[in-house]
Ligand binder design. Structure first.
Ligand SMILES: [Zn+2]
Length: 529
Protein backbone atom coordinates (compact mmCIF):
# COMPACT_ATOMS: atom_id res chain seq x y z
CA UNK A 1 0.00 0.00 0.00
CA UNK A 2 2.70 2.44 1.08
CA UNK A 3 4.76 1.34 -1.89
CA UNK A 4 1.84 2.02 -4.26
CA UNK A 5 1.45 5.46 -2.69
CA UNK A 6 5.12 6.34 -3.09
CA UNK A 7 4.90 5.20 -6.70
CA UNK A 8 1.92 7.48 -7.34
CA UNK A 9 3.71 10.47 -5.82
CA UNK A 10 6.78 9.73 -7.94
CA UNK A 11 4.64 9.58 -11.05
CA UNK A 12 3.04 12.93 -10.25
CA UNK A 13 6.36 14.69 -9.65
CA UNK A 14 8.45 13.17 -12.39
CA UNK A 15 5.62 12.98 -14.92
CA UNK A 16 7.11 9.57 -15.68
CA UNK A 17 4.73 6.67 -15.43
CA UNK A 18 5.94 3.35 -14.14
CA UNK A 19 5.29 0.90 -16.97
CA UNK A 20 6.99 -2.06 -15.37
CA UNK A 21 4.02 -3.27 -13.35
CA UNK A 22 0.41 -4.09 -14.07
CA UNK A 23 -1.45 -4.85 -17.28
CA UNK A 24 -2.25 -2.15 -19.79
CA UNK A 25 -3.52 -1.84 -23.32
CA UNK A 26 -2.03 0.81 -25.58
CA UNK A 27 -3.90 1.80 -28.74
CA UNK A 28 -2.32 3.84 -31.51
CA UNK A 29 -4.71 5.17 -34.16
CA UNK A 30 -3.43 6.49 -37.46
CA UNK A 31 -5.01 7.22 -40.81
CA UNK A 32 -3.79 3.99 -42.42
CA UNK A 33 -3.76 1.63 -39.49
CA UNK A 34 -4.73 1.00 -35.89
CA UNK A 35 -2.38 -0.85 -33.58
CA UNK A 36 -3.16 -2.48 -30.25
CA UNK A 37 -0.52 -3.64 -27.77
CA UNK A 38 -1.11 -5.53 -24.54
CA UNK A 39 1.64 -5.04 -21.96
CA UNK A 40 2.12 -7.11 -18.83
CA UNK A 41 4.60 -5.68 -16.36
CA UNK A 42 6.05 -3.69 -19.21
CA UNK A 43 6.50 -6.70 -21.49
CA UNK A 44 4.67 -6.80 -24.82
CA UNK A 45 2.45 -9.91 -24.74
CA UNK A 46 -0.05 -9.31 -27.55
CA UNK A 47 0.10 -7.15 -30.64
CA UNK A 48 -2.40 -6.66 -33.46
CA UNK A 49 -2.66 -4.38 -36.44
CA UNK A 50 -5.63 -3.45 -38.56
CA UNK A 51 -5.22 -1.63 -41.84
CA UNK A 52 -7.77 0.88 -43.06
CA UNK A 53 -10.20 -0.59 -45.57
CA UNK A 54 -9.44 -4.21 -44.73
CA UNK A 55 -12.79 -5.71 -43.91
CA UNK A 56 -12.88 -8.03 -40.98
CA UNK A 57 -13.58 -11.10 -43.01
CA UNK A 58 -12.91 -13.84 -40.48
CA UNK A 59 -16.06 -14.26 -38.38
CA UNK A 60 -18.27 -12.46 -40.88
CA UNK A 61 -21.50 -14.21 -41.85
CA UNK A 62 -22.85 -14.30 -45.41
CA UNK A 63 -25.88 -15.61 -47.21
CA UNK A 64 -24.26 -17.14 -50.28
CA UNK A 65 -25.20 -19.27 -53.25
CA UNK A 66 -23.68 -22.65 -54.16
CA UNK A 67 -21.79 -22.20 -57.44
CA UNK A 68 -20.33 -25.64 -57.99
CA UNK A 69 -19.66 -28.89 -56.21
CA UNK A 70 -16.29 -30.65 -56.50
CA UNK A 71 -16.79 -34.28 -55.52
CA UNK A 72 -13.03 -34.94 -55.81
CA UNK A 73 -12.16 -32.19 -53.34
CA UNK A 74 -15.23 -33.01 -51.22
CA UNK A 75 -16.00 -29.33 -51.32
CA UNK A 76 -18.35 -26.70 -52.64
CA UNK A 77 -17.63 -23.23 -53.93
CA UNK A 78 -19.96 -20.55 -52.66
CA UNK A 79 -20.53 -17.13 -54.16
CA UNK A 80 -20.58 -14.68 -51.26
CA UNK A 81 -20.22 -11.56 -53.36
CA UNK A 82 -16.41 -11.29 -53.20
CA UNK A 83 -13.88 -11.62 -56.06
CA UNK A 84 -13.11 -15.20 -55.11
CA UNK A 85 -15.73 -17.81 -54.31
CA UNK A 86 -15.60 -19.17 -50.77
CA UNK A 87 -14.44 -22.74 -50.16
CA UNK A 88 -16.78 -24.97 -48.16
CA UNK A 89 -15.50 -28.44 -47.35
CA UNK A 90 -18.23 -31.07 -46.86
CA UNK A 91 -16.86 -31.62 -43.36
CA UNK A 92 -17.48 -27.97 -42.54
CA UNK A 93 -21.07 -28.28 -43.71
CA UNK A 94 -22.13 -30.91 -41.17
CA UNK A 95 -22.95 -30.01 -37.57
CA UNK A 96 -19.63 -30.08 -35.71
CA UNK A 97 -19.00 -31.98 -32.51
CA UNK A 98 -17.52 -29.97 -29.63
CA UNK A 99 -13.75 -29.88 -29.80
CA UNK A 100 -11.52 -31.54 -27.25
CA UNK A 101 -10.88 -28.29 -25.38
CA UNK A 102 -14.46 -28.28 -24.15
CA UNK A 103 -16.36 -30.32 -21.61
CA UNK A 104 -19.82 -31.13 -22.92
CA UNK A 105 -22.77 -30.18 -20.72
CA UNK A 106 -26.11 -31.91 -21.29
CA UNK A 107 -29.18 -29.80 -20.78
CA UNK A 108 -32.39 -31.47 -19.77
CA UNK A 109 -35.35 -31.30 -22.13
CA UNK A 110 -33.74 -31.41 -25.54
CA UNK A 111 -33.53 -35.17 -25.71
CA UNK A 112 -34.71 -35.25 -29.32
CA UNK A 113 -31.86 -36.78 -31.30
CA UNK A 114 -31.30 -34.81 -34.51
CA UNK A 115 -30.97 -36.76 -37.72
CA UNK A 116 -27.35 -37.71 -38.27
CA UNK A 117 -26.05 -35.80 -41.29
CA UNK A 118 -22.86 -37.12 -42.86
CA UNK A 119 -20.51 -35.65 -45.47
CA UNK A 120 -22.17 -37.92 -48.08
CA UNK A 121 -25.50 -36.11 -47.68
CA UNK A 122 -24.11 -32.63 -48.29
CA UNK A 123 -24.33 -32.37 -52.11
CA UNK A 124 -28.00 -33.38 -52.07
CA UNK A 125 -28.75 -31.08 -49.12
CA UNK A 126 -27.21 -28.10 -50.92
CA UNK A 127 -27.69 -28.46 -54.69
CA UNK A 128 -26.06 -25.98 -57.07
CA UNK A 129 -27.93 -22.69 -57.01
CA UNK A 130 -29.29 -23.12 -53.49
CA UNK A 131 -28.75 -20.53 -50.78
CA UNK A 132 -26.63 -21.20 -47.72
CA UNK A 133 -25.75 -19.27 -44.57
CA UNK A 134 -22.04 -19.51 -43.81
CA UNK A 135 -19.39 -17.93 -41.62
CA UNK A 136 -15.82 -17.21 -42.70
CA UNK A 137 -13.41 -19.38 -40.69
CA UNK A 138 -10.19 -18.49 -42.51
CA UNK A 139 -9.35 -15.39 -44.54
CA UNK A 140 -8.21 -15.61 -48.16
CA UNK A 141 -4.56 -16.66 -48.53
CA UNK A 142 -2.71 -16.03 -51.80
CA UNK A 143 -5.11 -16.79 -54.64
CA UNK A 144 -7.34 -19.03 -52.53
CA UNK A 145 -10.72 -17.68 -51.50
CA UNK A 146 -11.84 -17.58 -47.87
CA UNK A 147 -12.69 -20.83 -46.13
CA UNK A 148 -16.19 -21.00 -44.69
CA UNK A 149 -18.31 -23.18 -42.43
CA UNK A 150 -22.00 -23.67 -41.72
CA UNK A 151 -21.15 -24.05 -38.03
CA UNK A 152 -21.93 -20.49 -37.08
CA UNK A 153 -20.85 -19.08 -33.74
CA UNK A 154 -21.17 -15.63 -32.22
CA UNK A 155 -18.71 -14.62 -29.52
CA UNK A 156 -19.85 -12.59 -26.57
CA UNK A 157 -17.61 -11.45 -23.76
CA UNK A 158 -18.28 -14.46 -21.54
CA UNK A 159 -19.80 -17.02 -23.87
CA UNK A 160 -20.04 -18.13 -27.47
CA UNK A 161 -23.49 -18.73 -28.93
CA UNK A 162 -23.99 -21.51 -31.49
CA UNK A 163 -27.39 -20.67 -32.98
CA UNK A 164 -27.56 -23.75 -35.23
CA UNK A 165 -26.04 -26.40 -32.98
CA UNK A 166 -27.57 -27.43 -29.68
CA UNK A 167 -24.40 -28.66 -27.92
CA UNK A 168 -23.26 -26.88 -24.78
CA UNK A 169 -19.78 -26.85 -23.27
CA UNK A 170 -17.35 -25.28 -20.85
CA UNK A 171 -13.79 -24.30 -21.70
CA UNK A 172 -11.39 -26.81 -20.14
CA UNK A 173 -9.05 -23.94 -19.41
CA UNK A 174 -11.27 -23.26 -16.40
CA UNK A 175 -9.60 -25.72 -14.07
CA UNK A 176 -11.29 -25.30 -10.69
CA UNK A 177 -13.83 -28.17 -10.37
CA UNK A 178 -16.08 -26.10 -8.09
CA UNK A 179 -16.22 -23.29 -10.62
CA UNK A 180 -16.95 -25.72 -13.43
CA UNK A 181 -19.82 -27.19 -11.43
CA UNK A 182 -21.26 -23.71 -10.83
CA UNK A 183 -21.09 -22.86 -14.57
CA UNK A 184 -22.63 -26.24 -15.44
CA UNK A 185 -25.51 -25.33 -13.12
CA UNK A 186 -25.94 -21.96 -14.87
CA UNK A 187 -25.97 -23.58 -18.33
CA UNK A 188 -28.64 -26.05 -17.22
CA UNK A 189 -30.89 -23.25 -15.99
CA UNK A 190 -30.42 -20.80 -18.90
CA UNK A 191 -33.34 -20.23 -21.23
CA UNK A 192 -32.06 -20.95 -24.70
CA UNK A 193 -34.15 -21.03 -27.87
CA UNK A 194 -34.72 -24.52 -29.29
CA UNK A 195 -31.79 -25.90 -31.28
CA UNK A 196 -29.19 -23.44 -29.98
CA UNK A 197 -26.11 -24.19 -27.91
CA UNK A 198 -23.39 -22.24 -26.17
CA UNK A 199 -19.86 -22.42 -24.84
CA UNK A 200 -18.66 -20.79 -21.64
CA UNK A 201 -15.44 -18.93 -22.38
CA UNK A 202 -12.55 -18.85 -19.93
CA UNK A 203 -13.62 -15.29 -19.11
CA UNK A 204 -16.87 -16.63 -17.60
CA UNK A 205 -14.97 -18.00 -14.59
CA UNK A 206 -16.04 -16.18 -11.46
CA UNK A 207 -18.70 -14.10 -13.22
CA UNK A 208 -22.15 -13.83 -11.68
CA UNK A 209 -25.08 -15.57 -13.32
CA UNK A 210 -26.80 -12.29 -14.16
CA UNK A 211 -23.74 -11.08 -16.09
CA UNK A 212 -23.74 -14.30 -18.08
CA UNK A 213 -27.47 -13.96 -18.79
CA UNK A 214 -26.96 -10.36 -19.96
CA UNK A 215 -24.13 -11.45 -22.24
CA UNK A 216 -26.36 -14.16 -23.70
CA UNK A 217 -29.14 -11.68 -24.42
CA UNK A 218 -26.68 -9.40 -26.27
CA UNK A 219 -25.55 -12.21 -28.62
CA UNK A 220 -29.12 -13.46 -29.08
CA UNK A 221 -30.07 -9.94 -30.13
CA UNK A 222 -27.17 -10.02 -32.62
CA UNK A 223 -28.39 -13.34 -34.01
CA UNK A 224 -31.91 -11.94 -34.48
CA UNK A 225 -30.46 -9.12 -36.57
CA UNK A 226 -28.54 -11.63 -38.68
CA UNK A 227 -31.73 -13.66 -39.27
CA UNK A 228 -33.58 -10.48 -40.24
CA UNK A 229 -30.81 -9.63 -42.73
CA UNK A 230 -30.83 -13.16 -44.10
CA UNK A 231 -34.57 -13.17 -44.65
CA UNK A 232 -34.90 -9.71 -46.15
CA UNK A 233 -31.98 -9.56 -48.58
CA UNK A 234 -31.04 -11.47 -51.72
CA UNK A 235 -27.94 -13.71 -51.87
CA UNK A 236 -25.05 -13.04 -51.98
CA UNK A 237 -25.12 -10.66 -49.03
CA UNK A 238 -23.14 -10.03 -45.87
CA UNK A 239 -25.43 -10.51 -42.86
CA UNK A 240 -22.92 -9.78 -40.12
CA UNK A 241 -19.48 -8.25 -39.91
CA UNK A 242 -17.01 -9.03 -37.17
CA UNK A 243 -16.41 -5.99 -34.96
CA UNK A 244 -13.27 -4.00 -35.73
CA UNK A 245 -10.01 -4.17 -33.81
CA UNK A 246 -10.98 -1.59 -31.21
CA UNK A 247 -14.32 -3.28 -30.46
CA UNK A 248 -12.66 -6.68 -30.29
CA UNK A 249 -10.06 -5.30 -27.94
CA UNK A 250 -12.69 -3.94 -25.62
CA UNK A 251 -14.63 -7.20 -25.78
CA UNK A 252 -11.68 -9.54 -25.28
CA UNK A 253 -9.46 -7.68 -22.90
CA UNK A 254 -11.65 -5.59 -20.69
CA UNK A 255 -11.20 -7.81 -17.70
CA UNK A 256 -10.41 -6.80 -14.15
CA UNK A 257 -6.69 -7.34 -14.65
CA UNK A 258 -6.36 -4.53 -17.17
CA UNK A 259 -5.41 -1.46 -15.19
CA UNK A 260 -5.45 1.04 -18.03
CA UNK A 261 -6.39 1.46 -21.66
CA UNK A 262 -4.51 4.37 -23.21
CA UNK A 263 -5.39 5.60 -26.68
CA UNK A 264 -4.18 8.55 -28.74
CA UNK A 265 -7.46 9.24 -30.52
CA UNK A 266 -10.18 11.18 -28.71
CA UNK A 267 -13.00 9.78 -30.86
CA UNK A 268 -11.94 6.19 -30.28
CA UNK A 269 -11.67 6.88 -26.55
CA UNK A 270 -15.26 8.16 -26.53
CA UNK A 271 -16.46 5.18 -28.56
CA UNK A 272 -14.82 2.75 -26.14
CA UNK A 273 -16.31 4.52 -23.13
CA UNK A 274 -19.78 4.25 -24.69
CA UNK A 275 -19.25 0.55 -25.30
CA UNK A 276 -17.98 -0.14 -21.81
CA UNK A 277 -20.39 2.05 -19.83
CA UNK A 278 -23.26 -0.47 -19.73
CA UNK A 279 -20.88 -3.23 -18.58
CA UNK A 280 -18.77 -1.54 -15.95
CA UNK A 281 -18.72 2.01 -14.60
CA UNK A 282 -15.35 1.42 -12.99
CA UNK A 283 -13.83 0.30 -16.27
CA UNK A 284 -14.83 3.54 -17.97
CA UNK A 285 -12.43 5.44 -15.71
CA UNK A 286 -9.55 3.22 -16.83
CA UNK A 287 -9.85 4.40 -20.42
CA UNK A 288 -7.60 7.39 -20.89
CA UNK A 289 -6.82 9.74 -23.74
CA UNK A 290 -3.11 10.14 -24.46
CA UNK A 291 -2.52 13.68 -25.49
CA UNK A 292 1.21 13.96 -24.78
CA UNK A 293 4.04 14.93 -27.03
CA UNK A 294 5.50 12.25 -29.28
CA UNK A 295 4.11 8.87 -30.20
CA UNK A 296 2.09 6.86 -27.70
CA UNK A 297 4.06 3.70 -28.54
CA UNK A 298 7.37 5.41 -27.74
CA UNK A 299 5.94 6.82 -24.53
CA UNK A 300 4.78 3.42 -23.31
CA UNK A 301 8.01 1.80 -24.48
CA UNK A 302 6.23 -0.52 -26.92
CA UNK A 303 7.89 0.41 -30.21
CA UNK A 304 11.30 -1.06 -29.41
CA UNK A 305 9.66 -4.34 -28.44
CA UNK A 306 7.64 -4.45 -31.65
CA UNK A 307 10.71 -3.81 -33.79
CA UNK A 308 12.49 -6.71 -32.15
CA UNK A 309 9.61 -9.01 -33.13
CA UNK A 310 11.19 -9.11 -36.59
CA UNK A 311 14.73 -9.92 -35.55
CA UNK A 312 16.02 -13.41 -36.22
CA UNK A 313 17.77 -13.49 -32.87
CA UNK A 314 16.02 -12.83 -29.56
CA UNK A 315 17.96 -12.52 -26.30
CA UNK A 316 16.80 -14.23 -23.10
CA UNK A 317 17.16 -12.63 -19.65
CA UNK A 318 19.77 -15.26 -18.63
CA UNK A 319 22.11 -14.32 -21.48
CA UNK A 320 21.11 -17.15 -23.81
CA UNK A 321 19.25 -16.52 -27.04
CA UNK A 322 16.92 -18.09 -29.58
CA UNK A 323 17.10 -17.87 -33.37
CA UNK A 324 13.85 -18.00 -35.33
CA UNK A 325 13.80 -19.05 -38.99
CA UNK A 326 10.70 -19.30 -41.12
CA UNK A 327 11.15 -21.80 -43.93
CA UNK A 328 8.69 -22.95 -46.55
CA UNK A 329 7.74 -26.06 -44.57
CA UNK A 330 8.14 -25.07 -40.94
CA UNK A 331 9.34 -22.59 -38.36
CA UNK A 332 12.71 -23.68 -36.97
CA UNK A 333 13.79 -22.28 -33.61
CA UNK A 334 17.26 -22.87 -32.22
CA UNK A 335 18.12 -22.39 -28.55
CA UNK A 336 21.65 -21.31 -27.51
CA UNK A 337 23.30 -20.75 -24.13
CA UNK A 338 25.11 -17.68 -25.50
CA UNK A 339 26.53 -15.58 -22.67
CA UNK A 340 24.84 -17.66 -19.96
CA UNK A 341 27.87 -19.22 -18.28
CA UNK A 342 26.16 -19.74 -14.91
CA UNK A 343 28.08 -20.66 -11.76
CA UNK A 344 29.60 -24.06 -12.36
CA UNK A 345 26.54 -26.30 -12.48
CA UNK A 346 26.22 -26.97 -16.21
CA UNK A 347 22.90 -28.85 -15.97
CA UNK A 348 21.37 -25.89 -14.18
CA UNK A 349 22.56 -23.46 -16.86
CA UNK A 350 21.05 -25.60 -19.62
CA UNK A 351 17.75 -25.99 -17.79
CA UNK A 352 17.53 -22.26 -17.05
CA UNK A 353 18.21 -21.36 -20.69
CA UNK A 354 15.69 -23.89 -22.00
CA UNK A 355 13.01 -22.77 -19.53
CA UNK A 356 13.41 -19.13 -20.51
CA UNK A 357 13.51 -20.13 -24.17
CA UNK A 358 10.20 -22.02 -23.86
CA UNK A 359 8.45 -18.96 -22.43
CA UNK A 360 9.98 -16.68 -25.04
CA UNK A 361 9.08 -19.03 -27.93
CA UNK A 362 5.44 -19.05 -26.82
CA UNK A 363 5.46 -15.23 -26.68
CA UNK A 364 7.21 -14.77 -30.03
CA UNK A 365 4.86 -17.17 -31.84
CA UNK A 366 1.95 -15.11 -30.55
CA UNK A 367 3.51 -11.74 -31.40
CA UNK A 368 4.63 -12.81 -34.86
CA UNK A 369 1.45 -14.84 -35.33
CA UNK A 370 3.42 -17.70 -36.82
CA UNK A 371 1.51 -20.82 -37.76
CA UNK A 372 1.89 -24.35 -39.03
CA UNK A 373 4.56 -26.76 -37.88
CA UNK A 374 7.09 -25.38 -35.40
CA UNK A 375 10.22 -27.27 -34.32
CA UNK A 376 12.23 -26.05 -31.35
CA UNK A 377 15.77 -27.38 -31.00
CA UNK A 378 16.38 -27.15 -27.26
CA UNK A 379 19.83 -27.60 -25.77
CA UNK A 380 20.31 -31.29 -24.89
CA UNK A 381 19.49 -32.09 -21.28
CA UNK A 382 20.35 -35.40 -19.67
CA UNK A 383 17.66 -35.56 -17.00
CA UNK A 384 14.21 -36.74 -18.05
CA UNK A 385 12.84 -34.58 -15.23
CA UNK A 386 14.36 -31.43 -16.79
CA UNK A 387 12.90 -32.26 -20.21
CA UNK A 388 9.50 -32.63 -18.54
CA UNK A 389 9.85 -29.21 -16.87
CA UNK A 390 10.58 -27.51 -20.20
CA UNK A 391 7.61 -29.29 -21.81
CA UNK A 392 5.34 -28.16 -18.95
CA UNK A 393 6.60 -24.58 -19.19
CA UNK A 394 5.77 -24.50 -22.88
CA UNK A 395 2.24 -25.76 -22.25
CA UNK A 396 1.84 -23.24 -19.44
CA UNK A 397 2.88 -20.31 -21.64
CA UNK A 398 0.82 -21.25 -24.69
CA UNK A 399 -2.33 -21.46 -22.60
CA UNK A 400 -3.24 -17.81 -23.13
CA UNK A 401 -2.82 -18.11 -26.90
CA UNK A 402 -6.07 -17.63 -28.80
CA UNK A 403 -4.73 -19.74 -31.65
CA UNK A 404 -5.03 -23.46 -31.08
CA UNK A 405 -1.66 -25.06 -30.30
CA UNK A 406 -0.59 -28.69 -29.94
CA UNK A 407 2.69 -29.62 -28.34
CA UNK A 408 4.61 -32.90 -28.22
CA UNK A 409 7.13 -33.76 -25.48
CA UNK A 410 10.85 -33.29 -26.25
CA UNK A 411 12.02 -36.13 -28.50
CA UNK A 412 15.18 -38.26 -28.21
CA UNK A 413 17.02 -35.74 -30.36
CA UNK A 414 16.10 -32.85 -28.10
CA UNK A 415 13.48 -31.48 -30.48
CA UNK A 416 10.03 -30.24 -29.54
CA UNK A 417 7.42 -30.32 -32.26
CA UNK A 418 4.35 -28.19 -32.06
CA UNK A 419 1.60 -26.93 -34.35
CA UNK A 420 -0.15 -23.59 -34.12
CA UNK A 421 -3.34 -22.96 -36.01
CA UNK A 422 -3.83 -19.31 -36.80
CA UNK A 423 -6.75 -17.56 -38.37
CA UNK A 424 -5.05 -14.54 -39.87
CA UNK A 425 -1.85 -14.18 -41.85
CA UNK A 426 1.38 -13.80 -39.91
CA UNK A 427 2.64 -10.37 -38.93
CA UNK A 428 5.51 -10.55 -41.41
CA UNK A 429 3.19 -11.64 -44.25
CA UNK A 430 0.96 -8.70 -43.41
CA UNK A 431 3.77 -6.14 -43.34
CA UNK A 432 6.48 -7.43 -45.68
CA UNK A 433 6.84 -8.57 -49.26
CA UNK A 434 9.50 -10.77 -50.78
CA UNK A 435 12.73 -8.86 -51.43
CA UNK A 436 13.07 -8.22 -55.19
CA UNK A 437 16.88 -8.18 -54.92
CA UNK A 438 17.25 -11.71 -53.59
CA UNK A 439 13.73 -13.08 -54.19
CA UNK A 440 13.58 -14.26 -50.61
CA UNK A 441 16.95 -16.02 -50.52
CA UNK A 442 18.31 -13.45 -48.12
CA UNK A 443 21.54 -13.39 -50.15
CA UNK A 444 22.63 -12.03 -53.51
CA UNK A 445 25.53 -12.93 -55.79
CA UNK A 446 28.84 -11.15 -55.13
CA UNK A 447 30.31 -8.77 -57.74
CA UNK A 448 32.90 -11.47 -58.45
CA UNK A 449 30.20 -14.08 -59.16
CA UNK A 450 28.42 -11.56 -61.37
CA UNK A 451 31.62 -10.79 -63.24
CA UNK A 452 32.24 -14.47 -63.93
CA UNK A 453 28.64 -14.89 -65.07
CA UNK A 454 28.86 -11.80 -67.25
CA UNK A 455 32.01 -12.97 -69.03
CA UNK A 456 30.41 -16.34 -69.70
CA UNK A 457 27.28 -14.73 -71.11
CA UNK A 458 29.16 -12.16 -73.20
CA UNK A 459 31.32 -14.94 -74.66
CA UNK A 460 28.22 -16.99 -75.55
CA UNK A 461 26.57 -13.98 -77.20
CA UNK A 462 29.68 -13.00 -79.17
CA UNK A 463 30.18 -16.55 -80.39
CA UNK A 464 26.69 -16.51 -81.90
CA UNK A 465 26.78 -13.00 -83.37
CA UNK A 466 28.04 -12.61 -86.97
CA UNK A 467 31.48 -10.95 -87.03
CA UNK A 468 30.17 -7.60 -88.27
CA UNK A 469 27.65 -7.36 -85.42
CA UNK A 470 29.99 -7.71 -82.47
CA UNK A 471 29.58 -4.16 -81.28
CA UNK A 472 27.80 -4.58 -77.97
CA UNK A 473 26.75 -2.49 -74.97
CA UNK A 474 26.65 -4.15 -71.54
CA UNK A 475 24.49 -2.62 -68.77
CA UNK A 476 25.12 -3.63 -65.15
CA UNK A 477 24.59 -2.50 -61.56
CA UNK A 478 27.28 -0.06 -60.25
CA UNK A 479 28.70 -2.70 -57.85
CA UNK A 480 29.42 -5.00 -60.77
CA UNK A 481 30.73 -2.09 -62.86
CA UNK A 482 33.22 -1.29 -60.10
CA UNK A 483 34.58 -4.83 -60.26
CA UNK A 484 34.77 -4.85 -64.08
CA UNK A 485 36.63 -1.52 -64.16
CA UNK A 486 39.24 -2.51 -61.63
CA UNK A 487 40.15 -6.16 -61.06
CA UNK A 488 38.67 -7.70 -64.19
CA UNK A 489 39.69 -5.02 -66.66
CA UNK A 490 42.23 -7.17 -68.50
CA UNK A 491 39.88 -10.16 -68.83
CA UNK A 492 37.44 -8.04 -70.80
CA UNK A 493 40.15 -6.73 -73.09
CA UNK A 494 41.07 -10.39 -73.73
CA UNK A 495 37.45 -11.17 -74.60
CA UNK A 496 37.33 -8.30 -77.11
CA UNK A 497 40.54 -9.55 -78.77
CA UNK A 498 39.43 -13.15 -78.91
CA UNK A 499 36.13 -12.37 -80.64
CA UNK A 500 37.27 -9.26 -82.54
CA UNK A 501 34.49 -7.43 -80.75
CA UNK A 502 33.86 -3.92 -79.40
CA UNK A 503 32.43 -3.71 -75.91
CA UNK A 504 31.07 -0.66 -74.11
CA UNK A 505 29.94 -0.73 -70.48
CA UNK A 506 27.37 1.36 -68.71
CA UNK A 507 26.36 1.21 -65.08
CA UNK A 508 22.74 1.77 -64.16
CA UNK A 509 21.87 2.30 -60.47
CA UNK A 510 18.25 1.23 -61.09
CA UNK A 511 19.45 -2.25 -62.06
CA UNK A 512 19.40 -5.05 -59.49
CA UNK A 513 22.82 -6.47 -58.61
CA UNK A 514 21.97 -9.73 -60.43
CA UNK A 515 20.63 -8.01 -63.53
CA UNK A 516 22.64 -7.79 -66.77
CA UNK A 517 21.56 -6.54 -70.20
CA UNK A 518 23.59 -7.18 -73.36
CA UNK A 519 22.50 -4.84 -76.15
CA UNK A 520 23.37 -4.57 -79.82
CA UNK A 521 25.11 -1.16 -79.79
CA UNK A 522 24.04 -0.24 -83.33
CA UNK A 523 20.35 -1.19 -83.11
CA UNK A 524 19.81 -0.74 -79.38
CA UNK A 525 18.03 -4.12 -79.27
CA UNK A 526 18.75 -6.39 -76.33
CA UNK A 527 20.40 -9.66 -77.29
CA UNK A 528 18.82 -12.54 -75.38
CA UNK A 529 20.65 -15.77 -74.87
ZN1 LIG B 1 16.90 -9.61 -50.16
Amino acid sequence: MAFQFVKKIKEIFTGQKDFTSGTRIVINCEKLENRVALLENGVLEEYSIERAGSTHLVGSIFKGRIKNIEQGLKAMFVDIGLDKNAFLHFWDAIPAALDAGLEEVRRGGNSKKPKNVTAKDIPSLYPIGSEILIQVSKGPVGNKGPRVTTNISLAGRLLVLMPLNDSCGISRKIEDPKERARLRGIIEKLTLPEGMGLIMRTEAAGKRARHIIRDLSIVLEQWNEIVANRDSKAAPVCCFQEPDLVERTVRDFLTEEVGEIACDNQEVVERMKTMVAPISRRAVRRITFFNGAGSIFERYQVQRQIDSAFYRQVWLPCGGYIVIDQTEALVAIDVNTGRNKGSGNQDKVLLETNMEAAAEVARQLRLRNMGGLIVVDFIDMKARKDQQSVFKTMIEHTRRDKAKTQILPISQFGLMEMTRQRLHESLSDALYETCPQCKGHGMIKTPLTMSVELQRRVAAVLQRQPENERDILVVVHPDVMQRLRSTDDQLLVDLERKYLARMTFRSDPTYLREQIAIVNAKTGVEIKL
